[in-house]
Every structure is written in structure tokens, then in C-alpha cells.
Design a protein around this ligand. Sequence first.
Ligand code: URA
Length: 241
Amino acid sequence: MRLDRYLSQCLGLTRSESRRLAAAGRVAVDGAVCKKADCQINETSAQVWVDGKPLEGGYRKYLYLMLNKPAGVVSAARDRRDVTVVDLVRDACPRRELFPAGRLDKTSTGFVLLTDDGAFAHDILAPGRHVSKQYLVTLDTPLTGAMTAGFAAGVTLADGQTLAPAEVGPAGADPCVVRVVLHQGVYHQIKRMFGVFGAGVNGLHREAIGPVALDPALAPGQWRELTGEEVSALRAAAGKG
Ligand code: URA
């Protein structure tokens, strides 16, 4: 990979900013100052230093981010009216084409995975891969036995579509607060499933995607990179481990 491209991706600089950085003699590759932007480096093994310090984190071909989506933000890369999940991370990752791997409704909160790895997103979203999603849901009425049995059997929506079996159970002492695990992703799925039983959803928070739980240290709007172990666990859950 060219040095200027590498610097752009690691530091969020434009190509011309990267070229100027190198031309100023501020960049060293494998121990030697490199002033040429077109110098070819091995992006996985090169030791690149800027201003006498190793580049923190180094190069990543793809990014995998865990965001705690606040209510009111839309699950899209761009939107003309609303703030998007990608807007929340754009300043820190300016040269990346990130997108949400799976959507939450505008009013929903919790774990949204952002990435620029299309194949990875496809694998964890593909209907046949069955990567589960766990939600904490606040209903406007207590959970009933009919809901629990109906979810386990596979709810038939108002439009005639029959869904895969799902799990629902109490999340604590409040009978209106439940935990739901889905194994597929259909538009407004949880709201429509409870709607079949005449129940409304007052709050919906995604707690986990497959084996990876939302980090409790992330306040709404905050995000962090997934660890290597978390990415591997998601790949394994999608049968690609
Ligand atoms: N189901 C819904 O109805 N909304 C969400 O945001 C996620 C699942």
C-alpha cells in the first residue's frame, strides 16, 4: 500500500495532508525516514512512526464499531433531516465508508454495529446465519402466557407472514419489562409481534448481537471499536469462524 494512503486511513488525513506530513520528514517506516508519499509499505507489518512516536493502533483494513444508539438518531449512513448513527462517529473516522450492519428504529436505543466490511455485515445479517439479537422491551401491558407461547411457536404477523420462533420472558420484577431474543430481522419486528397480541411497545433497547453484549461503559451516543475477540465471536456465530 502507498504510504500516503496508509497515513490517510490511520490518521484520517486527506491524501495531500499525508503527502505534506511525509515530505516534512515527520514519518519513519521501519526505522528510516520516508519522505516519498508513493513509497510502498507492507500495511500489516510495517512499523510506521510519526513525529518520533509509533502510530497508535496502526492500520486496519476494516473498522468494526459498537455504538450505543440514542433515541432520535436514525440507523443509516446519511439522512437529509435526521442525525444518523454514522454522523456520531464520522469525525473520528472521516475517510471510512461506514454503515450500520442492521437497523434499529429511530425511537429504539442500544447496540448498533457499524462497519465498512460488507462481507462481514452480510454474514451476520444473512437470514440463514441465525445470529441472534437480544432486546430489553418495555410494554404498555404485562407479558401474558399467550405471548410467550406465541413467540415460541412463531408469530404470524397481520400481513400473513409467519416468523421464526423467538424467545420472550420477564426481565425482572416488572411484568411490563421483558427480554426478547430474535433470530431473524424483519422491519419493526418486535413492535409488530407484540401488536398481534394487542400490546404496544413503549421502549426498545438492543442489549446484544449474537455473543457480544453492548458494553455497559458506553453512554448513549458513545462508541468503541470491537475487540478482535468480539469480531471473531461474531464471525463464529455466523458460521464463519
Ligand atoms: N424490532 C422493532 O420493532 N424495532 C427495532 O428497533 C428493533 C426490532
